[in-house]
Design a protein around this ligand. Structure first.
Ligand code: NAP
Length: 331
């Protein structure tokens, strides 16, 4: 049986892997079969991760984090966790291949998934003009008129990026005030290719085999109108990926995994959570990395306490994680 399995390979999971590997816990990282590296794999320039004054491409940053974790002995498995057994001292992770891995502790760092508007045309035309990733698909919309839906930083970032390709970008927002930070708003306001469409909800996406337009409903008077365009980028936020732990870990009202204060301890002893899956507010690569650090240290303390208590006999439920006085971690 292993000491630690980390589920997720974004900044939280891989930073947890770096710390756990350096602590000789030989962690297994279940990295996913398709989403290896998490959301930064869909990003171009990352300008705000500390230590890269010139910026770094998202996939390059993730490759560096993975190499750093592997350097200290983390094992990366390109497979999906499909089922978890978290109760009791032995945690089991069922993988997509059917293999079952066991460990004394788990770090759950599955991140978050793009939110969907939830209208019929969105799913049907996904990949045929509807996208959640400007950096992946923007290239296909050269000299076309497209829309970005949303009013947060993601929507501003996507819209600004898409002006490299599109002839015009409509920014469709359901209110008349943006949620995005001032600097991102200003960039979008100053871009002559971006036109804001306020107080509007997308209630239908039109087109048979490709997007031809959207139907907008006014949030002020309920009136409807059609807007012809060739692409729709949905940037309305993310939801924490918690489906594997429903009914197994306590969740918050916001849908994130509940953790105890500033720790990564979940409602189940020996299970720690980190990154976007516990964070309804900040959701930055740098905060996820810090959160992964906390999870690795908490797991290390938990495993040390298990070891001291004598692993075979101990009832893990009695060891709730960090000891009263935690030893200071080595840098
Ligand atoms: P967000 O801040 O939650 O914003 C989501 C936006 O989508 C809001 O404007 C919201 O409208 C709108 N929305 C939500 N559900 C909708 C629906 N069903 N239909 C239509 N509109 C809907 O999400 P985000 O923009 O993805 O940002 C998430 C976090 O990542 C934030 O902390 C952000 O700062 C960070 N981020 C940072 C950067 C950067 O610094 N470079 C880039 C991207 C993201 P309301 O405003 O009306 O609620």
């Amino acid at each position: 049986m292993r000491q630690l399995i980390i589920i997720g390979s974004g900044p939280a999971g891989l930073t947890a892997a770096i710390y756990a590997a350096r602590a000789n816990l030989n962690p297994l990282v279940v990295a996913s079969s398709v989403d290896v590296g998490g959301e930064l794999m869909n990003t171009t320039e990352v300008e705000n991760f500390p230590g890269f004054p010139e910026g770094i491409q998202g996939p390059d940053l993730m490759a560096k984090l993975q190499a750093q974790a592997e350097r200290f002995g983390a094992e990366i498995r390109y497979d999906d966790a499909v089922e978890l057994e978290l109760d009791g001292p032995v945690k089991r992770v069922v993988l997509g291949t059917g293999n079952v891995e066991e460990a004394s502790a788990i770090v759950f760092a599955t991140g978050s998934a793009y939110r969907k508007i939830g209208i019929e045309g969105e799913q049907r035309l996904s990949g045929h003009g509807v996208s959640w990733c400007a950096t992946c698909d923007g290239f296909f919309f050269r000299e076309q008129e497209i829309a970005v839906v949303g009013g947060g930083d993601s929507a501003m970032e996507e819209a600004t990026f898409l002006t490299r390709f599109a002839s015009k970008v409509y920014l469709i927002h359901r209110r008349d005030e943006l949620r995005a930070s001032k600097i991102m708003q200003e960039r979008a306001f100053n871009d002559p290719k971006i036109e804001f469409v306020w107080n509007s909800e997308v209630v239908d996406i039109l087109g048979e085999s490709a997007v031809t337009g959207v139907v907008l409903k006014s949030t002020v008077d309920g009136s409807m109108r059609e807007l012809p365009l060739q692409g729709v980028f949905v940037a309305i936020g993310n939801d924490p990926r918690t489906h594997l732990v429903h009914g197994k870990l306590e969740l918050t009202a916001e849908g994130t995994v509940w953790v105890d204060g500033r720790s990564s301890r979940t409602s189940v002893p020996g299970v720690f959570a980190a990154g976007d899956v516990i964070d309804p507010t900040y959701r930055q690569a740098a905060t996820a990395a810090g959160s992964g650090t906390v999870a690795a240290l908490d797991a290390e303390h938990y495993l040390a306490a298990l070891g001291e208590a004598g692993a075979p006999q101990v009832d893990a439920d009695e060891i709730s994680g960090r000891p009263e006085v935690a030893p200071s971690p080595a840098a």
